[in-house]
Design a protein around this ligand. Sequence first.
Ligand code: HEM
Length: 233
Amino acid sequence: MVPLKRLFTSTLGRKYLMGATGFALVLFIVLHLLGNLTLYSHNGDAINAYAAKLDMLGVGKIILEIGLVITILIHIVTAIQVTFTSKNARPIPYESLKSKGGPTKSTLGSRNMIITGLVLMVFLIVHIVQFRFGPEIEDGYTATVNGVMVHDLYRVVAETFMQLKWVVFYVGCMCFLGVHFRHGFWSMFQSLGMINPRWSKPIYALGFILAVLLSVGFLFIPIYIYATQGGAA
Ligand code: HEM
């Protein structure tokens, strides 16, 4: 175990932090996709009812959101620190290393984690401004679910995805999510010291399957809404 202070100052500690926050983000992304699957239903009632249930958590929801923001920030900061520390310590860049035939995890995705991660950071800022801080009940975005007036979150999402530019942006970003997730999943086990040679291949395969399921699950949402709600250019 790494003592608390060294968690933030040593390379090993930062790797733990990166792995642990990565794990929390994997859980969040899976749950987020499951919640977003309600967007595939015929009208907005399902997502609006789901969002209204989350709103009923009140202060609990705000605490979870603050926890999520802190988790994302720790993940980004430790990832940047670990990347630059290992780059400085490595005289020969990864790109010039050849595999000797054993299972190598140096792929295009692994070498570009920092780039795909930064793209996702920009995506997250745009995404949260658009949807979390988008038009509210006070702006007239209301719907009625089971006789109760709620926030019409579906309208916020649908109005976005009826514009081709946002469909393209989201589809592109979800491809980056897939690439980042694919390597990140495997790397998370490594950072947490949970890889042994026997499990390396199955974990890598599981990361690949999850990456495809998540990015495809997310990226068809804007395409589906654009196609079914009569989107325009
Ligand atoms: C097509 C893909 C996606 C759709 C349609 C979507 C939809 C939404 C919606 C509707 C909200 C607002 C929730 C609310 O106000 O209660 C939201 C919030 C959020 N989304 Fe997404 N999302 C997508 C992809 C992603 C991805 C890939 C990530 C992470 C990499 C992500 C991270 C977040 C975060 C961090 C929030 C703020 C959570 C909160 O504060 O409640 N989303 N998303």
